[in-house]
Write a protein that binds this ligand. Structure first.
Ligand SMILES: NC(=O)c1ccc[n+]([C@@H]2O[C@H](COP(=O)([O-])OP(=O)(O)OC[C@H]3O[C@@H](n4cnc5c(N)ncnc54)[C@H](O)[C@@H]3O)[C@@H](O)[C@H]2O)c1
Length: 404
């Protein structure tokens, strides 16, 4: 199976390797002077770990293994302290390497420990969820949660390499792939309209862990993230566009006590942002229809319960993207044309909330159907044609393709 590498051009550039069967080749992605390794892993992906450790030991590495809790339980100061203790016992030095194998919670924790141990040791990340492949593992944002909130303690620390082995998605429940798809669609909406074409070309097919359509989506979404991060590594400017849908999404996550999947909340957040943009006269209403159609087609939610504005609004005002007392929201003027808008009046923001909490179908704007998009491609991007790969399984049906 072919491998692709996308380089993230930060101060110390690193590769995001994409493909299948990459985990067994992990040694090839380690820094040259690495001798001692500590692998932090989510126990749900323990299957391939024994063979990996055997290989690494055969290659002469000293390997330490530490299972960390699944999910947000990993991102606590207690878990970080336990890892620091193990690093101390193992005598970890600045040339030794941490490896994180798991979803975004594992990669956030591993990155955080790597950023803080000896003020920074190399880290190689092996994301095992779609969300962590296209988003969390790339870009150097690391963090843990505290009683005061999510991701409030952390540091920027770029990895030495990121290995996205699509085979690892094989055990991932479909609802987690769906959740990750929100970040894929977001990358399409803010930066690369061709991603939307690929999703349209087979929304259900994209949810199959090893489908060529998903391979293509991961590649394009990683390319968006790599380019934006390289342009603004410490999120002081343009990188904020990647927060599209996240202000309202984070508010939902807080109100729901983090029982909602991140991607599900971001999907509703993007529809909310589109409702705001239409009301603010920034965006054509048909693009709001596109948000709804695309996100629904891959099984993401597009509406949120009514009667919660009194809880959502304070959460939105505490958003990390705000600066001092200035509230900021990422909106779209069009696909690929994000803008950061300041201090939108609260009544407009509440109106947009009322719209997304209304019964689906009651939206005051005409909602285009998928059929409309098979007849016209509003963004002028070429239709997606899967590459010919003789090793690949039969190509998916193209019945829903966008025709340019
Ligand atoms: N650092 C960043 O830039 C950034 C960006 C986006 C999100 N995040 C963080 O990422 C986290 C969300 O990421 P996530 O959705 O990957 O969360 P996660 O790590 O909790 O994974 C989701 C679930 O899938 C399970 N899982 C992981 N890989 C699996 C596999 N291959 N097979 C079966 N089950 C598997 C996990 O145990 C968990 O239950 C949040 O903490 C969020 O704050 C960070």
């Amino acid at each position: 199976m072919s491998k692709i590498g996308i380089t993230v051009e930060v101060d110390q550039p690193y590769d995001v390797a994409l493909g299948r069967g990459l985990l067994s080749d992990l040694a090839a992605y380690l820094p040259d002077d690495a001798k001692r390794l500590m692998i932090l892993f989510d126990p749900v992906v323990a299957g391939p770990i024994p063979a990996l450790v055997d290989d690494l030991r055969r290659d002469g590495f000293e390997v330490h293994l530490l299972a960390v809790p699944s999910g947000e339980e990993a991102k606590t100061i207690a878990v970080a302290t336990a890892v620091w203790q193990r690093l101390g016992e193992a005598g970890f030095t600045r040339t030794d390497v941490l490896i994180g194998i798991g979803g975004g919670t594992t990669t956030d924790l591993t990155g955080f420990v790597a950023a803080t141990w000896l003020r920074g040791v190399p880290v190689v990340l092996v994301p095992t969820t779609l969300l962590s492949m296209v988003d969390a593992a790339i870009g150097g944002k690391t963090g843990i949660n505290t009683d005061e909130g999510k991701n409030l303690v952390g540091s920027f620390h770029q990895p030495a390499a990121v290995i996205c082995d699509q085979d690892l998605l094989g055990t991932l429940p479909t609802e987690e792939i769906v959740s990750g798809m929100a970040e894929v669609v977001k990358a399409g909406l803010v930066a690369d309209p061709s991603i939307l074409d690929v999703v349209w070309s087979g929304p259900q097919e994209t949810l199959k862990p090893t489908s060529p359509l998903l391979t293509e989506l991961i590649r394009r979404a990683v390319a968006v993230k790599a380019e934006v991060v390289a342009d603004d590594p410490d999120e002081s400017g343009r990188r904020t566009i990647l927060n599209y849908g996240h202000t309202f999404g984070h508010a939902i996550e807080q109100v729901e006590h983090f029982k909602w999947r991140h991607g599900d909340a971001v999907a509703v957040g993007m529809v909310y942002a589109a409702e705001v943009a239409v009301r603010a006269g920034l965006m054509d209403p048909s693009l709001l229809g596109l948000h709804r159609e695309l996100l629904s087609a891959v099984g993401l939610p597009i509406a949120y319960n009514s009667g919660r504005w009194a809880q959502l609004w304070p959460a939105m005002r505490r958003d990390k993207k705000n600066q001092g007392r200035t509230r900021r929201l990422v909106l779209l003027e069009d696909v690929g044309r994000p803008v950061v808008v300041r201090d939108i009046p609260e009544d407009l923001l509440e109106e947009a909330y009322q719209a997304i909490s209304a019964v689906p179908g009651a939206a005051p704007y005409p909602v285009k159907t998928a059929a409309d998009y098979t007849l016209e491609n509003p963004y002028g991007t070429p239709a997606y044609v899967p590459p010919v790969d003789e090793d690949a399984p039969a190509p998916p049906s193209q019945s829903g393709s966008v025709v340019s």
